[in-house]
Design a protein around this ligand. Structure first.
Ligand code: CMX
Length: 434
């Protein structure tokens, strides 16, 4: 048992004491209502999920356990993972112990690499990555202990164990996919002397003489780690884990959601869009040319990838963090420069389109441009970076769902006929009140 287990057990005990009677005492208190617009509109704003790891106030952006994300940019991903899990930043001793724990866990087995090398033709790295992750499910301690009859109070512990196993090897898995998919030579084994993020960067094999790529990867991992519970990947993982499917199934399911172009794949879409602009104009266009191209994209019925958000109504602070990093490390990179010009042009155009709720950039509008400038030019791989990082948040959230012992998720659906009747009844009631 390492310090994370001790710390978590202490937190779980305290939390359970606090929460013991809460649902019973306040069970009938209304905290949210659902309108027909919300039912047809992706449930925006419906408060029906409990998530303590992070929140996203629309006017502020991501807070992890109450700390603004911009205050965490110099932390290691392991520190942020500890924070997500326990609600506190680790001491130096706790951090070292946590890193040692992760390094002591099993590595990716040979049969998983054999599966990778048997994949035929050209495959999307996200599909390969997720397939390989699922191949590790046979090692689930949660499933094994559940089958043997583990008490409900200990579910969280087995979830934590699987989660730490996943986090320990997920960078190696991702880097292995990268090197195989793009025929970059042999896999680079993990280096015990490196921290989690630097190890991931090193295993990718990107030339990094001054360590700035490792720094970018650490930052990227911190920024993308969590974004409360309603986003597609976190919500999917939460829903799947509520059936007591183990974390391998739950994280894999969440990552399938992340692979959609309106969610995690947006960073790939952005890069393709930026490269398309550079190609069309033979380099960086003028602002006027860019404005025309943005209108062209919109008129053809496409979204401007990397702009807009389901919750945020300000510039995403994660965007700001990456922009600051780029200005310091690669101010003259043409793709990064273009991403900056896009930021100068796009919000004003989107503000003029009434239906768009948020004209501001999200993190995906800039993250790929820096990966590209650092030498990861294979943009289909970008969502895998997002996936490795988001696994930190998804696993923290499902561990806490077991602390709360949330039941299997099962909202109620209605058919259209019932909806019409409900609306009629509700509107009759409203007109009587008037
Ligand atoms: N470009 C063009 N149109 C946009 C737009 C954009 N960047 N953002 C929103 N809109 C459109 C929507 O497509 C929608 O149009 P329809 O009503 O015709 O379908 C309308 O504006 C209203 O959408 P909204 O309420 O502003 O936004 P949603 O909450 O429905 O969707 C999001 C949010 C992120 C899916 C959307 O802004 C979008 O598609 N952005 C581009 C893709 C992207 O960057 N995704 C990454 C988000 C971050 C992440 O999860 O990783």
């Amino acid at each position: 048992m390492s310090k994370i287990h001790v710390k978590m057990r202490e937190k779980v005990g305290k939390y359970r004491e606090k929460a013991k009677h809460f649902a019973e005492e306040h069970g009938d208190t209304v905290i949210s209502e659902v309108t027909v617009r919300q039912l047809f509109g992706g449930q925006r704003g419906v408060k029906s999920l409990l998530c303590d790891t992070s929140i996203v106030p629309p006017d502020k952006g991501l807070l992890i356990r109450g700390i603004p994300i911009l205050d965490l940019v110099n932390k290691l991903p392991e520190e942020v993972y500890w924070l997500l899990l326990t609600g506190e930043l680790p001491s130096e001793e706790e951090l070292r112990d946590f890193q040692d724990d992760l390094k002591s866990r099993p590595r990716v087995p040979d049969y998983t690499w054999a599966m990778l090398h048997s994949l035929p033709g050209v495959y999307h790295p996200m599909a390969a990555f997720n397939t390989l992750l699922l191949s590790l499910e046979r090692h689930s301690k949660f499933r094994q202990q559940y089958t043997e009859g583990m008490p409900k109070e200990e579910h969280w512990y087995a979830m934590l164990e699987d989660s730490l196993d996943i986090i320990a090897l997920i960078p190696e898995l991702a880097a292995g996919v990268y090197r195989a998919r793009y025929e970059l030579g042999n896999r680079i084994p993990p280096d015990r002397d490196l921290d989690w993020g630097a190890n991931y960067a090193n295993m990718l094999g990107i030339d990094d003489p001054d360590g700035s790529f490792a720094e970018l990867i650490r930052l990227y991992m911190v920024l993308h780690s969590d974004h409360e519970s309603g986003n597609v990947s976190a919500h999917t993982a939460h829903c799947v884990a509520s059936s007591l499917a183990d974390p391998y199934y739950a994280v894999s399911a969440g990552l399938n959601g992340l692979a959609g172009p309106l969610h995690g794949l947006a960073n790939q879409q952005v890069l393709m869009w930026l490269l398309g602009v550079l190609e069309k104009f033979g380099g960086n266009p003028s602002k006027k040319q860019l404005e025309d191209f943005v209108h062209e994209t919109l008129n053809s019925g496409q979204v401007i990838p990397g702009y807009g958000h389901a919750v945020l109504r300000v510039v995403d602070p994660r965007f700001t963090a990456i922009m600051n990093f780029g200005k310091q490390h690669c101010p003259d990179g043409p793709v990064f420069k273009l991403a900056q010009t896009v930021f100068e042009v796009v919000p004003d155009i989107l503000k003029g389109i009434h239906k768009i709720s948020d004209p501001w950039p999200n993190v995906d509008s800039i993250s790929g441009s820096l990966l590209y400038q650092c030498g990861v030019t294979q943009h289909p791989f970008y969502t895998v970076f997002f996936a490795v990082s988001r696994a930190l948040g998804m696993t923290s959230q499902i561990v806490w769902s077991r602390v709360w012992n949330e039941p299997i998720e099962r909202p109620k659906s209605v058919n259209f006929e019932t909806l019409e009747k409900m609306v009629k009844e509700a509107e009759k009631g409203n007109s009587k009140k008037k």
